[in-house]
Design a protein around this ligand. Structure first.
Ligand SMILES: *[C@@H]1O[C@H](CO)[C@@H](O)[C@H](O)[C@H]1NC(C)=O
Ligand SMILES: *[C@@H]1O[C@H](CO)[C@@H](O)[C@H](O)[C@H]1NC(C)=O
Ligand SMILES: *[C@@H]1O[C@H](CO)[C@@H](O)[C@H](O)[C@H]1NC(C)=O
Ligand SMILES: *[C@@H]1O[C@H](CO)[C@@H](O)[C@H](O)[C@H]1NC(C)=O
Ligand SMILES: *[C@@H]1O[C@H](CO)[C@@H](O)[C@H](O)[C@H]1NC(C)=O
Ligand SMILES: *[C@@H]1O[C@H](CO)[C@@H](O)[C@H](O)[C@H]1NC(C)=O
Ligand SMILES: *[C@@H]1O[C@H](CO)[C@@H](O)[C@H](O)[C@H]1NC(C)=O
Ligand SMILES: *[C@@H]1O[C@H](CO)[C@@H](O)[C@H](O)[C@H]1NC(C)=O
Length: 907
């Protein structure tokens, strides 16, 4: 009887769960939960209050908060959540909620906080969200919303935070947001809005504390009204196309802590009255067109970070900057600043990052830069600093990057400075430093790049260098380093580049070179090295640059060198002898072996004739060479004189009628004007095909003129002047195609002039030279560019590698490489895209690399993977192809690309 009673009273476990719990069970059913995050949502509990992510009111046990962020849940938005009447906080941040939000969401009447950021929501922003009467925080960042911001978003009554960061919104930036007067945070950054002005109405948001409009395609001027945002602490308008001056009203932002204006087209000077910004800590107006001097009043502020790089600031760095007690970041590179670094810089400030590269600064380096012991980056590239490195820097163990390239610094490097424990990049290139490399370099256990070329360092390379296990590059060319190459260098298994050309190194190469598994450049040219070339060099798996020219190496050229796939191979001017390895006994390798009197082989011209070419014969040879040279000289002078006379005549216009002009655009100049400008003084570059002149025309415009030597010069000299005219139809067709292209990223070809013996191509003049020049002429100095644009560029490089094509090719027409790959892939399949020279047995891996390139070049920056991810993806491709393309230590060789067309071609 008692048992029966107990059984009747005890509630059935299934029926005990309350209604809210049952709703949540429904929510669970609707979601994919691969991580099992909802596994403790147990229907035998009586309330859901103890379940993961659920919080209840402590008295009524009614659910008031659901926080399922980072839970890896997938599926449509769970509408049942809105049956929880007291739900005020809902976060599904960073899940895979897909498709669009249901209109039932507007029935979540008590919701204050809605966070659906980082999901897979698509379509238009739901206009019904403003019907949730008390909504304070709305975060829909990191989804795929597109189109306009709905007009109803101007009707929120209590909204304090609106974050729509990183979506695909492509309408204009609406002015009605200025009506949501309760807003404290407005974040619309990184949306591809159509070009919009900053609505002046935003100045009505007087409660606003954070305004983030980075990368919103904003144009026009910064409105004066923003000065009314007295509570604003963060103003971020970076990465837009804003122009005009920085409005004076900005100095009225009395609470502002951070102002980011970098990467716009702002001009003029910094406004007076900056000293009123008494809370300002971080100010970044880099990459604009600002000028004038850096106002000293800026330095009275509690600044932590001052970035004004890539502008046109002139004059001195204000001395008072040294008294900013919080300054840790000072980046002023690429301006026109003059004078000294302030003497007390670093004395009062916890300086971490200094970059004043590419200015005209001079004087000695201040003594106190590292006084607070936190200096990490000291970048002074391309200035005129002189004097010694202060001893105090030798104690600066916090340093990680030291770049002093191209200054006039001199004297000995403080011994301890060589051995700083955290430095990974140490660059002293092209100064006048002297003395020895200190043995204390052994302390630089993180050093990965050591660049000391172009100084006057003497003495031997210390054995201790072999302790720098992370060293990847050691370039010490153009110094006076002497003694043997230390055998300990062979302990550096990471070493990729060893460039010590033009020193006074002597002795033999150490044995055991095999341990240089990663070495791809070995340049020991112009030293006094002797002994035999070790055959082990032939077994370096990734070596592709080998220059041992200008030494005293003797003995045979080892046959093992045939195993290498070299881009540059130079053993000339040594004392090598014997037969050449068959692969190299070819005419194209001749220049690799010049100046080795004892070398024989099948190679014409390297060896003395078989007969007794004794010293007698040699003298005779020298004599005849001398006579021949004299003869050539005389003929040359006469020829030059005749030519010069003709040239003068031509310049006077006698020959001008012979020029045929083909123009592709409406021209404001004539061919005669161009001919007048072709002085040697105006040469700005030259190459195999001809010279490039800069011609400034009478209207002040500049053009670039490329003068090509025609093939027909010989015919011409033989007197057949008619035949010599414009011989090459292919050339003309190509020029015509180029001339017709109208594309903002392709240099315009204005016109082409042809005459008897040469052709002129007249191009638009590019002030900064070609990208190639920038990339290859300046060791590649990275600026603070948006990371995603770097990734785009990286993607283009990947595509170049995989397709074997140039980024821009007339064959693509209006397209560039990226577009070409996309369309060709779509229409004709992957085989049409891949470089035929790539080994087809790697096709699958190559296709995957291509795919990575395409992801990197996605038109929308947010869809580009992070570099970390790119590396990971590349490693994954590498890992899977391991059995086919690995080096001996199991890592993917960066050089597994096999050039089947020409083994070991010689540059
Ligand atoms: C909640 O769960 C914990 C352990 O998961 C348990 O110790 C506790 O008794 C539970 N509380 C309620 C009210 O169910
Ligand atoms: C998103 O959630 C996953 C787990 O589902 C986690 O690994 C990842 O770090 C989260 N990402 C962010 C940005 O919080
Ligand atoms: C949404 O996600 C679920 C669960 O992963 C999936 O089954 C469904 O197909 C997705 N719907 C859309 C429109 O992507
Ligand atoms: C929860 O909502 C119900 C109505 O659904 C209401 O009666 C109750 O008072 C609410 N509790 C709290 C704590 O707001
Ligand atoms: C989001 O947009 C990107 C780019 O348009 C696209 O690749 C991606 O598949 C989209 N995701 C969803 C869930 O629609
Ligand atoms: C908002 O700002 C605009 C322009 O700045 C102004 O004309 C308008 O009167 C303001 N509206 C309110 C309600 O203050
Ligand atoms: C700086 O602020 C003071 C007091 O608020 C004000 O009188 C002065 O005009 C301001 N200076 C500038 C240049 O705006
Ligand atoms: C480094 O090189 C020296 C000389 O070649 C050798 O004696 C020593 O064992 C090497 N040390 C390591 C750790 O490999």
């Amino acid at each position: 009887m008692l048992l029966l009673l107990l059984w009747l009273l005890s509630p059935s476990p299934v029926l005990s769960l309350n209604q809210e719990g049952l709703y949540l069970q429904g929510v669970k059913l609707g979601l994919d939960d691969p991580g099992g995050v909802l596994s403790n949502w147990n229907d035998r509990d009586d309330t859901p209050c103890n379940w993961t992510g659920i919080t209840c009111d402590s008295l009524t046990r009614s659910v008031n908060s659901v926080d399922l962020s980072n839970a890896n849940l997938a599926g449509p938005f769970p509408t049942l959540l809105c049956r929880l009447h007291n739900l005020s906080f809902l976060s599904l941040y960073n899940n895979s909620i897909n498709s669009s939000l249901p209109v039932e969401l507007s029935t979540c009447q008590n919701l204050l906080h809605l966070n659906l950021a980082q999901n897979l929501l698509t379509g238009l922003l739901p206009s019904f969200l403003s019907d949730i009467p008390n909504l304070r925080h709305l975060d829909l960042s990191g989804n795929n919303y597109s189109g306009d911001i709905p007009a109803s978003f101007g009707l929120f009554r209590h909204l304090e935070e609106l974050s729509l960061l990183e979506n695909l919104l492509d309408g204009i930036l609406p002015s009605f947001l200025g009506n949501v007067s309760t807003l404290r945070q407005l974040n619309l950054s990184y949306n591809p809005f159509s070009p919009s002005q900053i609505p002046p109405q935003l100045g009505n948001l007087t409660s606003l504390e954070v305004l983030w409009l980075t990368g919103c395609n904003l144009v026009g001027q910064i409105p004066d009204t923003l000065g009314r945002l007295k509570r604003l602490t963060d103003l971020d308008l970076a990465d837009n196309r804003l122009d005009g001056p920085i409005p004076k009203s900005i100095t009225e932002l009395s609470s502002v802590v951070q102002i980011e204006l970098y990467n716009n087209s702002l001009s003029g000077e910094l406004p007076a009255g900056m000293s009123n910004l008494t809370a300002l800590r971080r100010f970044d107006a880099s990459m604009n067109d600002l000028g004038g001097t850096i106002p000293a009043e800026l330095c009275g502020l509690p600044l932590e970070s001052l970035n004004l790089y890539e502008n046109r600031f002139e004059g001195n760095i204000p001395v008072s900057i040294a008294w900013s007690p919080n300054l840790y970041e000072l980046k002023l590179f690429k301006n026109q600043l003059k004078g000294d670094l302030p003497e007390n810089l670093g004395r009062n400030s916890p300086l971490m990052w200094i970059d004043v590269s590419e200015n005209q600064l001079s004087g000695e380096l201040p003594d106190h830069l590292c006084e607070k012991g936190v200096l990490e980056e000291l970048l002074l590239i391309e200035n005129s600093f002189s004097g010694k490195i202060p001893e105090s820097l030798g104690k600066c163990s916090s340093l990680t990057r030291v770049r002093l390239k191209k200054n006039q610094l001199s004297g000995e490097i403080p011994a301890e400075f060589w051995g700083l424990p955290h430095v990974y990049l140490f660059e002293l290139v092209e100064n006048s430093f002297s003395g020895r490399i200190s043995k204390m370099i052994s302390g630089a256990s993180n050093l990965s790049v050591l660049l000391i070329s172009g100084n006057q360092f003497t003495g031997s390379i210390p054995d201790e260098i072999g302790l720098l296990k992370k060293l990847v590059e050691f370039s010490g060319s153009n110094n006076q380093l002497a003694g043997p190459l230390p055998a300990t260098l062979l302990n550096l298994t990471q070493l990729g580049t060893l460039d010590l050309h033009n020193n006074k190194l002597s002795g033999e190469l150490p044995t055991g070179l095999r341990s240089w598994k990663n070495l791809n450049e070995l340049n020991l040219a112009d030293n006094e090295l002797s002994g035999e070339i070790p055959e082990e060099i032939g077994s370096l798996p990734v070596l592709n640059y080998l220059d041992l020219s200008g030494n005293h190496f003797s003995g045979k050229v080892p046959f093992e060198l045939q195993n290498l796939k070299l881009n540059l191979f130079n053993l000339s001017y040594n004392r090598l002898s014997g037969d050449l390895p068959p692969m190299y006994a070819k005419e194209i390798y001749k220049s690799s072996f010049l100046g080795n009197p004892g070398l024989c082989g099948d190679l014409v011209g390297l060896c003395p004739t078989r007969s007794e070419a004794k010293s007698q014969g040699f003298v005779w040879l020298l004599r005849s060479i001398f006579i021949l040279a004299a003869l050539v000289f005389v003929v040359g002078v006469v020829w030059f004189y005749l030519k010069y006379r003709n040239f003068k005549k031509a310049k006077r216009g006698i020959d001008k009628s012979k020029w045929v002009l083909t123009s592709f655009h409406k021209l404001g100049f004539s061919e005669y004007e161009i001919l007048d400008c072709l002085d040697e003084d105006n040469v700005i570059g030259s190459g195999a095909s001809g010279k490039v002149y800069k011609a400034v025309l009478s209207n002040g415009e500049a053009v670039a003129v490329k003068k090509l030597w025609g093939r027909s010069r010989k015919e011409d000299d033989s007197g057949d002047s008619e035949k010599g005219q414009i011989p090459d139809d292919g050339f003309e067709a190509e020029v015509e195609t180029l001339g017709k292209i109208r594309h903002k990223n392709i240099v315009r070809l204005w016109c082409c002039c042809t005459a008897r013996d040469c052709k002129l191509l007249v191009y638009e003049y590019m002030l900064n030279g070609s990208l190639g020049d920038l990339l290859h002429s300046k060791y590649a100095y990275t600026l603070r560019v948006n990371e995603k644009s770097d990734i785009y560029s990286f993607g283009v490089v990947i595509l170049e590698l995989v397709t074997g094509r140039l980024p821009i090719d007339p064959e693509f027409g209006e397209k560039d490489l990226v577009k070409w790959v996309c369309t060709t892939l779509d229409q004709q399949g992957v085989d049409q895209v891949l470089d035929l020279k790539l080994d087809s047995c790697f096709k699958e891996e190559i296709s995957r690399v291509l795919n990575i390139g395409l992801q990197c070049t996605s038109p929308l920056p947010i869809n580009r993977p992070s570099m970390r991810r790119v590396v990971k993806m590349l490693q994954e491709v590498g890992a899977e192809s391991k059995p086919k393309a690995t080096t001996k230590d199991g890592k993917l060789s960066p050089y597994y690309y096999e050039d089947t067309s020409d083994h070991g071609s010689v540059v």
